[in-house]
Design a protein. Structure first.
Length: 86
């Protein structure tokens, strides 16, 4: 939806709400409230978590982060399991 279309739609909704009966207003309010609750329920990082991610991203940008393929990870797990008799 373009900005102009969105602006026009908002205008139409405002007009509709001004003349709507109680039932319609309550339904629209319920939809808005549910949408708002969904936004509040989305996971938010704590400041500490954000700081950890920022540090990790900075290390990655500097090339200091070590990555492994799945095969390398699997090999290490099997070696450790064998070492511990699992």
């Amino acid at each position: 939806m373009s900005t102009a279309e969105l602006k026009e739609l908002k205008k139409e909704i405002k007009k509709y709400i001004e003349h709507a009966d109680e039932r319609a207003v309550r339904m629209v309010y319920g939809m808005i409230e549910a949408d708002s609750k969904n936004e509040r329920d989305t996971y938010q990082l704590t400041p500490e978590q954000e700081a950890i991610l920022d540090r990790r991203m900075e290390r990655d940008k500097k090339g200091l982060t070590k990555y492994s393929t799945w095969e390398e990870v699997e090999k290490r797990i099997k070696q450790k399991a064998k070492k511990h008799g699992i």
